[in-house]
Each structure stands twice: as structure tokens, then as C-alpha cells.
Design a protein around this ligand. Structure first.
Ligand code: ATP
Length: 440
């Protein structure tokens, strides 16, 4: 697609999200605040499915990974140990005329203000950790931070997890949780926000096995994304150049998505060696080493980290799913070709006529049955065309219609979101049919 069309896509998705209750600008009635979003009735269910799928694959289905859910505010020393207090900063310039601030590395022409062509000041460093205070008594308040990355909590809990569970190296600790960054230029909808969720796995290994596990997680993570995106060609690795690497990292890769504005990072696979546990040992004075129960070797484990953005990747998933096609009647049909596992509703149950008690009763009983196992929508609002249109736009993979034939032979019509083809199923076959579709 040409660049204009591509950028158009972000605004199309943004307005679809608002129109259909997927994502709203936060505090919109007050004019909104840049970089904060709310998930609506449809989006919150989709995001939950997105996170649940990650959790199922990486925690529930694995013997070697356990989960935690850590707190957002930590002891402030954590962020000194991690280096964030000193280094978590972006360079900014200010326009001398209109006083707007920009990150020069994100400007097309960093020599003048894009708004008023004014001259810029020299660059200054701004720390992007959100600051807060713990306690209420003046003079006794503890200056603290909202976590700038979720993974630090995993290092903090490392010793507790080892002492309280039966994990043995190699093993991972996984977490999904909020992170906060006072980004100077939030932009591109969910791509760069100030409050977002991350999913992290910190996989602890013996230093000799580091290469093997790094390669393992790199492949594992891209394959997971590929299994849920329609177009794998829009996913790739980008290896970090040597000047981008932290001093302790032998290598690093980003999983990138081909966004409308170019290839963009979605998740990082990082070689962290024993850096984090060393730092926290030093700053806390605690011994964070691990003793092998068989060989009795005592060492600081090395870490392969996979750290991705839940909201950012969800946005990319929406970009991947958005489809427009011309219908026979010359209209444009919009549908979200989103994986049924992630769709908010697996099915919409629709009685064909709202004023026929027999139809409504039958549809209602099908709905109640399905509802026990699946997230299903009930839609008896307006005409069938409008119902399909709504379900297409929120990505419901199948619409189940109870019509007059249902009352005669107990079959229902199932319409497919992507092909619009319809099949008929006996009402007692729906559950097993749906089960098969969802396990594909
Ligand atoms: P970027 O270079 O885009 O700022 P980063 O390299 O600082 O990202 P990490 O610190 O590695 O990102 O964080 C891991 C993941 O968290 C990123 O791959 C991204 O998906 C997500 N993420 C980071 N910053 C933001 C943000 N401001 N808004 C939404 N998601 C973010």
C-alpha cells in the first residue's frame, strides 16, 4: 500500500476501535491526555484473550516456567540498581519560539520546529520514570517510581521463587503487568503510550547453556506470534548492531512488525547474562546465587529475557486483522480477520425476527447453552445486515442465525465472517463443531 493509505490505516483502526467499543482515548470528556487509553467492552475481552493465550502457552502448558504478578511500586533503590534513575532518559529539544518540546531523533528535520519553524535549544536529558511518593507525612515521604519496566519485579522475586517452589535451573519466571514511561512523544495510537502492559519471561540458565536457550526462546517467541497473525511476512527479526548492545550482551534481537510507518519493535529477546542479579545483589546486599541440588555448584544464573508489549502487539494484531472488501452491492465491507481464539465473542446468536416468540425462545436456549462454555454475543437489535456488519467489525468469527427453518428441522445457519459462506448445523452439533474450529 502507498504511504498515505498506510497511515490512513492507523486512523481507520482508531475510529473503528472507538465506534465498536474496542479502545477509547482515556478521559475523553475532558479532552483526553496523550498516551493513555482505555479498553472498552469488546477490547477488554480481546485483550484478556490475547494475554490468556500468552499465559497458557508460556506458563500453564510448561513445567519449567512459573508466573508471578508483582507490584507496580517498588523500593526506590530498585531503579538505582537497574540503572534507570541514571540512564532512563531521552534527549529533548525545545522550540525557542513556541516552546514545544520534541525528541530530535524522531523528527524528520531536527534542525527546526515542525510546528512554527522556530529554532531549537540545545538537547537536554529528561528521565522518563514516573515519580510518586510513598507515605503522607511531610518530611517522611519516600520518593519512589512507578515501574518503568515490569521485568525488574521478577529479579526481586527470584530468591523467593527459588525458595518457595521446586523450580530447578533451567527455569523461567513469567509476568504480565503494567509499566509506565513518561514518553516525550507518545504516538501512533497504542504503539507508544505512557501506561502500557508488558509480558516478560526471564529464563534462568547455567552460563554454559546460554547460547542454546537464547536461540530457543528467540524461535519460540516469533513462532507464537506467527501462529496468531495472518501475515507472517510482516514479522521479522532485527539483530541489534554491536553499538546498540549493552556491555553485558553478546547479542539481542527485536521481533518487528511491518507497521504502516515502517518496521517497528514489538518484543525484544535479550541476552542479560548475570547483570540483573549481580546489580540487585550489590545494591541489596543479599546473596542471589543459586546452588545446583545435584552438583552443588553455586553460581549466579544467566538470563535470556523475552520482553514484549501487550498493547503494542495487540495494536499490530488489529492492523494485521483489518480487512476491507467491496461487496456485490458496491459497498465496502469492513471486517476484523482476527484469530477466533482472540476474538471477543466466538459466536453471535441471532434470532432472525425479534417479534416471533418461538424463534426468540429457541435462540435464547441455544445462547444459554453456549454461554456456559464460550464467550458469545446475543444480538436481536436491528436488521440482519446491520447485525452482520457489527459482528464483522468486532471480529466475531461466526454468526449463528435461528430462522424459520430452525423451527421445522432444528438446524441453524452459521455464517463465516471471512468468506460470508453459510452452512447449516443441527442444533445439537453446534458445540462440537465450534470446539473443532477453535482448536484449529
Ligand atoms: P522503544 O525503543 O520502542 O521505546 P524499548 O526498546 O524501550 O522500546 P523495551 O524496554 O525493550 O522497549 O520494552 C519491551 C517492550 O515493551 C517493547 O518491545 C514494546 O513492545 C513495549 N513498549 C516499550 N515502550 C512502550 C511504550 N511507550 N508504549 C507501548 N509499548 C511499549
Amino acid at each position: 500500500m502507498a504511504e498515505n493509505n498506510q497511515n490512513d490505516l492507523v486512523s481507520k483502526i482508531t475510529s473503528l476501535c472507538k465506534r465498536r467499543g474496542i479502545i477509547f482515548q482515556n478521559s475523553e470528556i475532558y479532552g483526553g491526555v496523550q498516551g493513555f487509553y482505555d479498553y472498552g467492552p469488546i477490547g477488554s475481552q480481546m485483550k484478556l484473550n490475547w494475554k490468556n493465550n500468552w499465559w497458557q502457552e508460556n506458563v500453564v502448558k510448561r513445567k519449567d516456567v512459573v508466573g508471578i504478578d508483582g507490584s507496580i511500586i517498588t523500593h526506590p533503590r530498585v531503579w538505582e540498581a537497574s540503572g534507570h534513575v541514571k540512564n532512563f532518559a531521552d534527549i529533548m529539544v525545545e522550540c525557542k519560539k513556541c516552546h514545544k518540546r520534541y525528541r530530535p531523533d524522531l523528527l524528520e528535520d531536527p534542525s527546526k520546529c515542525p510546528d512554527c519553524s522556530g529554532q531549537f535549544t540545545e538537547g537536554r536529558k529528561y528521565n522518563i520514570l514516573f515519580e510518586t511518593e510513598i507515605g503522607v507525612i511531610e518530611g517522611e515521604k519516600l520518593h519512589a517510581y512507578l515501574r518503568g519496566e515490569a521485568c525488574q519485579t521478577i529479579y526481586l522475586d527470584f530468591k523467593n521463587v527459588v525458595d518457595s517452589t521446586r523450580v530447578k535451573i533451567p527455569f523461567g519466571i513469567a509476568q504480565i503487568g503494567k509499566a509506565f514511561r513518561n514518553e516525550i512523544t507518545p504516538k501512533n495510537f497504542l504503539y507508544r503510550t505512557r501506561e502500557f502492559e508488558q509480558w516478560d519471561i526471564q529464563y534462568f540458565v547455567h552460563p554454559n547453556d546460554m547460547d542454546k536457550w537464547f536461540e530457543y526462546w528467540k524461535e519460540n517467541r516469533i513462532n507464537w506470534y506467527k501462529s496468531l497473525f495472518n501475515n507472517s511476512k510482516n514479522l521479522r527479526f532485527r539483530q541489534h548492531e554491536s553499538d546498540e548492545l549493552a556491555f553485558y550482551a553478546k547479542k539481542a534481537f527485536d521481533i518487528e512488525y511491518q507497521a504502516p510507518w515502517g518496521w517497528a519493535e514489538m518484543e525484544g529477546i535479550h541476552w542479560r547474562s548475570d547483570y540483573d542479579l549481580t546489580q540487585h545483589s550489590k545494591f541489596s546486599g543479599q546473596d542471589l546465587s543459586y546452588t545446583d541440588p545435584v552438583t552443588h555448584e553455586k553460581y549466579l544464573p544467566w538470563i535470556t529475557e523475552t520482553s514484549g508489549g501487550v498493547d503494542r502487539s495487540f495494536f499490530f494484531l488489529l492492523l494485521d486483522a483489518y480487512q476491507e472488501e467491496a461487496t456485490k452491492s458496491g459497498e465496502t465491507r469492513v471486517f476484523l480477520k482476527i484469530n477466533p481464539k482472540i476474538a471477543a465473542y466466538k459466536m453471535a446468536v441471532i434470532p432472525l425476527a425479534a417479534n416471533k416468540p418461538d424463534l426468540i425462545a429457541k435462540a435464547e436456549s441455544i445462547y444459554q447453552d453456549l454461554n456456559k462454555k464460550y464467550s458469545v454475543d446475543w444480538d436481536d437489535s436491528s436488521n440482519i445486515g446491520k447485525k452482520y456488519r457489527r459482528q464483522d467489525e468486532i471480529g466475531t468469527p461466526w454468526c449463528l442465525v435461528v430462522d424459520f427453518q430452525t423451527l421445522e428441522d432444528d438446524t441453524v445457519s452459521i455464517r463465516d465472517r471471512d468468506t460470508m459462506e453459510q452452512i447449516r448445523l443441527k442444533s445439537d452439533e453446534i458445540d462440537s463443531w465450534l470446539q473443532i474450529q477453535l482448536n484449529k
